[in-house]
Design a protein around this ligand. Structure first.
Ligand SMILES: [Zn+2]
Ligand SMILES: [Zn+2]
Length: 160
């Protein structure tokens, strides 16, 4: 019986997703080295805890983006609720991706990495702003944001 993991990645699917021979061979090498994980094609590069790496359609830096998602998996990242931790996870997944890139002879593009991290920082910044008063909110471990000004009012309201 063919294991599920190897059935998810096929050369045919790689071609359908725009990959050439060289990149397909790179994927195959990584997949055979990380046979504990599951590799599937999807809309974009992503990591689905605990063991699935989604491969998006071919784009510039596909290999690096792929290694980044694999980095999350190797580092066993799973709790994405706390955004501050999330940012640290993004950093460490890129560090892991760089190590893997060296191993597989993939060129590291620092600009790409910084752009990706900036996107997260911007997103974090926007997300943490209170929509009512513009103050920076804080996040509790359940993933909820609280405004130091407005959340206080809400508590007061509840007491009435
Ligand atoms: Zn990431
Ligand atoms: Zn507020």
């Amino acid at each position: 019986m063919i294991p599920r993991s190897s059935a998810d990645f096929t050369r045919e699917k790689a071609i359908q997703n725009g990959y050439d021979e060289e990149v397909t061979e790179f994927f195959e090498r990584v997949i055979s080295d990380f046979s504990d994980y599951r590799f599937k094609f999807g809309r974009k590069f992503a990591y689905r805890p605990p063991r699935t790496i989604m491969i998006g359609p071919s784009e510039p830096f596909s290999e690096l983006l792929f290694l980044h998602e694999l980095g999350h998996a190797v580092l066993k990242h799973k709790d994405f609720r706390m955004d501050v931790i999330r940012l640290k996870m993004e950093n460490s997944a890129w560090e892991e991706a760089k190590k893997l890139a060296l191993k597989y002879g993939i060129k590291v593009d620092e600009d790409l990495i910084q752009d990706e991290l900036d996107t997260y920082r911007d997103w974090l910044h926007k997300k943490s702003r209170c929509p009512d008063c513009g103050l920076t909110r804080f996040q509790t471990p359940d993933g909820q944001y609280h405004c130091p000004r407005c959340s206080e009012f809400m508590l007061d309201d509840n007491k009435k």
